[in-house]
Design a protein around this ligand. Structure first.
Ligand code: F3S
Length: 402
């Protein structure tokens, strides 16, 4: 693998032991995947920053790194394991919270941008089309690759850390033109309206195609940011999709010929397939917990939920997960007061999947996100229901959903 003089110096330990360790990780990875050289990158979104994921081993690794190195390029952080400001009030345990704070402080010392969100692309980390980056968090990776047209492989905590410290990633996988073409086609012949509709599409297709690169045709109406966010999250939860194209909509797919240059398998997505995702998560009855904001809620989603809850009260425990930046915006727009009066908790920096395990005896979860339904059912063994946002709000108010 070709290395520049500076990269050689990093690898030989001339820039310090921590940088050397990071370079070794990246060179090993590059050699494993047949990379010919390193790429200089401009930004990182780091996953694996929740103490729930790192445990003590990861915490010590990051703390050690923070003593001798700092981030060379802007690096935003994914969801952590607690709401950093309100963890006590929200019932997170002290011991867990202290470990999380230690971990977050180590990242801060290295120069991390403390976004604590899985939607960095709406919180100040917006790469350019064609830019090589190193991102983790499965839903954000799909968004960066597909919607923005930036280029990233699925980075884990250690490789993202190494990339942030060295400013390099090995050139392989989705950094290369030849690996970004579609490998199957999905003909959509149903109108998709809501975020949950797009989540249903993503969930069905993720299950069907696993790690492939689907090319969607038949989506004529331009999806919103929230529609695409839901699609990305679902594709990466039932499957391991890291890139998709929508012909006529996403930037690498002005025409089908731009993204499909060979015969591929063609699948249909119509009414029957659409209903499959809802059938998978079809719990009916009393509702303990309603969750919005997977991926983290945008200001528009929060505004919609606030409008539906004006002068009402929720009966079920109800969370909207988002970033603290978006919560500030919601405060300024008076959405927060409406939601708090209704009894909703705005939980920042984290989500039920990445926070301290907090199944407080919940038996049923209702959500508008396929990713959330998929994971909480697996993690907590609860009954899950996927529903449109209006039905989720109704379930929150009544504590029941038929
Ligand atoms: Fe984000 Fe947590 Fe969902 S990281 S995508 S809110 S599972």
């Amino acid at each position: 693998m070709y290395l520049t003089k500076e990269e050689e110096a990093m690898l030989n330990g001339e820039r310090g032991e921590t940088i050397q360790k990071c370079m070794k990780v990246l060179v090993t990875l590059g050699e494993l995947y047949g990379a010919k050289r390193m790429l200089e990158i401009k930004n990182v979104h780091s996953p694996g920053v929740s103490y729930r994921v790192t445990g003590d081993a990861g915490l010590n690794y990051v703390k050690d790194a923070s003593k001798n190195a700092c981030f060379k390029i802007p690096t935003t952080l994914n969801n952590v394991g607690i709401d950093m400001h309100r963890w006590k009030e929200l019932g997170f345990e002290n011991d867990f919270a202290q470990k999380q704070i230690e971990l977050s402080n180590a990242y801060k010392e290295m120069g991390a941008i403390m976004t604590n969100t899985c939607i960095p692309y709406l919180n100040g980390n917006v790469p350019m089309f064609g830019e090589n980056i190193a991102w983790g968090e499965s839903s954000a990776i799909v968004y960066a690759n597909s919607v923005i047209g930036a280029r990233t492989n699925r980075e884990g905590g250690p490789t993202a850390l190494a990339a942030a410290i060295t400013g390099r990633v090995p050139e392989y996988g989705l950094h290369l033109d030849e690996n970004r073409k579609g490998t199957c086609q999905i003909k959509v012949d149903i109108d998709l309206e809501s975020d949950t509709d797009y989540a249903a599409l993503g969930y069905y297709v993720g299950t069907l195609v696993g790690r492939e690169i689907p090319v969607f045709t038949g989506i004529d109406k331009r999806p919103t940011t929230e529609n695409l966010k839901a699609l990305c999250a679902a594709l990466a939860s039932s499957g391991a999709v890291a890139l998709f194209h929508i012909v006529g909509i996403t930037p690498e797919a002005p025409t089908i010929d731009d993204v499909l240059d060979k015969e591929v398998e063609i699948y249909n997505f119509g009414k029957k397939e659409y209903l499959e995702a809802f059938e998978k998560f079809n719990y009916k009855g009393d509702v303990d917990f309603v969750v919005f904001g997977c991926p983290h809620a945008t200001i528009d989603e929060i505004r919609t939920i606030a409008a539906l809850l004006e002068n009402k009260k929720v009966k079920a425990e109800t969370w909207i997960c988002t970033s603290h930046q978006i919560k500030d915006l919601a405060t300024q727009m008076d959405c927060l007061s409406v939601l708090e009066e209704a009894g909703v908790k705005i939980v920042c920096d984290t989500c039920p999947v990445l926070c301290q395990t907090l199944n407080r005896g919940f038996e049923s979860v209702v959500t508008n996100s396929c990713k959330m339904a998929h994971y909480v059912r697996g993690l907590w063994n609860v009954k899950a229901r996927l529903a449109q946002v209006e039905d989720c709000v109704d379930a929150a108010i009544k504590g029941r959903l038929e």
